[in-house]
Design a protein around this ligand. Structure first.
Ligand code: NIG
Ligand code: FE
Length: 405
């Protein structure tokens, strides 16, 4: 048992609904608070002096100076298991070429596949770990990581094994997802449907058996997979025991409807979603994941986050950190900037970065600070939680805990 504190403010993020719009007045804040931790879990969050008096033998991890404590962030959508760079694509885009034009000309995702295939598993693990440690230092304590730059049985397995190896070497919690259905690989001799069947028959059972992932993702887009192939693929992946998630409505609509029909845990991107998709998502249990980093990286509009919340969706915010469309990877900065543009209040941004994002990963043991939850936390050197988004991502936590350490 250990008592951590005192914190000027503790933002609990308890008592907030899983879906729909929120108000900052609903935020529960404990002034001069402390957190009692045992075996990685929160035992109590309360007034610091009260906790100290009630637990006189608990050692104290003293926090000096003003600090705001909040739950660690959950980044529920990344592609940080890659090698190489796509700075060339970025330069072409800012010079006027579109993401899809670059992809058609041989750049894009396929370029990262080539660069990622060229390195061995341990090099890939090291590259991934560097990004994981940077994210962790910036308060992101749970990180989803997708494959999708292997696009062959061996290439995908290498990525998923690198994610597993990295998970054993970091304090951050990694959640892996198989994105073998990212695009049709150029060296596959067959149709999109044949490729998906090949993955279903020869890759997903191995992933299950080796416990390398329990989530499957697909990119539904003109340049990737169509809605009917995707629906069939997701249904079969579910039969094999996987949770499913979808890259949906990034440039054209169709993906979110598939996600809802397939009862996917989340539909991610949604930049192109119209009122029709927004109202379908609001009626479903599928989490709407916005990826402002991709909008910033591509110079495109944000997903309609305000409308999604007002319609009643569960809205999460993730980084999409990847070498192509979202190379920056600064989750807090992206969330703060989208929040300003889309008029999201602090409660909505922090919910989207914590317990709502955790629900997209089906993790209900984290994302709020209350008894029984994981002691994954971060402290910012200020006296008022509003400073965090006000600094638009430049203010970083100076202390991050995973499981209380
Ligand atoms: O989420 N949209 C598809 N996949 C990624 C981009 C991956 C890449 O460009 O390498 C995304 O934006
Ligand atoms: Fe993505």
């Amino acid at each position: 048992m250990k008592l951590i504190g005192p914190f000027t403010q503790i933002l609990l993020l308890t008592g907030l609904s899983l879906k729909g719009a929120l108000k900052d007045e609903q935020l529960q804040i404990i002034p001069q608070g402390g957190v009692l931790v045992e075996d990685g879990l929160i035992v109590a969050v309360d007034d610091f002096d009260k906790l100290r008096a009630a637990n006189p033998s608990a050692p104290i991890e003293e926090i000096v100076g003003h600090h705001v404590l909040l739950p660690g962030f959950v980044d529920c959508h990344t592609h940080i298991c890659f090698a190489g760079s796509r700075a060339k694509d970025y330069a072409l885009r800012t010079a006027g070429k579109t993401y899809l034009e670059i992809a058609k000309a041989g750049g894009g995702i396929w370029d990262s596949v080539t660069q990622t295939r060229a390195v061995d598993e341990s090099t890939l693990t090291d590259l991934l770990l560097k990004r994981v440690e940077r994210h962790l230092a910036e308060g992101v304590t749970t990180i989803e990581v997708k494959s999708g730059y292997g696009l062959s049985i061996d290439g995908e397995l290498k990525q998923l094994k690198a994610i597993k190896a990295a998970a054993d070497k970091t304090h951050a919690n990694l959640v892996s997802t198989c994105l073998a259905a990212h695009i049709l690989p150029k060296d596959f001799n067959g149709t999109h449907q044949e490729y998906l069947n090949h993955i279903l028959q020869n890759l997903l059972p191995v992933i299950k058996q080796q416990r390398l992932a329990n989530r499957v993702d697909i990119f539904i887009e003109e340049s990737a997979f169509n809605t009917s192939d995707a629906l069939n693929y997701l249904a079969k992946a579910k039969q094999l025991g996987f949770e499913v998630t979808v890259h949906a409505d990034q440039f054209t609509t169709g993906g979110s409807e598939v996600a809802i029909k397939a009862r996917a845990v989340s539909a991610d991107h949604l930049e192109a979603s119209t009122d029709r998709e927004i109202s379908m998502l609001a009626k479903s249990d599928t989490v709407a994941v916005t990826l402002p980093g991709a909008s910033l990286g591509l110079g495109m509009a944000y997903a309609p986050a305000r409308k999604l919340l007002d319609a009643g969706t569960c809205l999460a915010i993730a980084s999409d950190w990847n070498p192509g469309s979202a190379p920056m990877g600064d989750l807090l900065m992206q969330a703060a900037v989208m929040g300003a543009a889309e008029k999201l209040c602090a409660a909505e941004v922090f919910a989207g970065l914590t317990f709502r994002a955790a629900s997209a990963l089906k993790l209900n043991d984290r994302g709020i600070l209350t008894k029984g939850k994981l002691a994954d936390m971060q402290a910012y050197p200020y006296d008022d939680y509003r400073e965090i988004l006000y600094h638009q991502g430049k203010l970083k936590p100076d202390k991050v805990w995973t499981a209380g350490i």
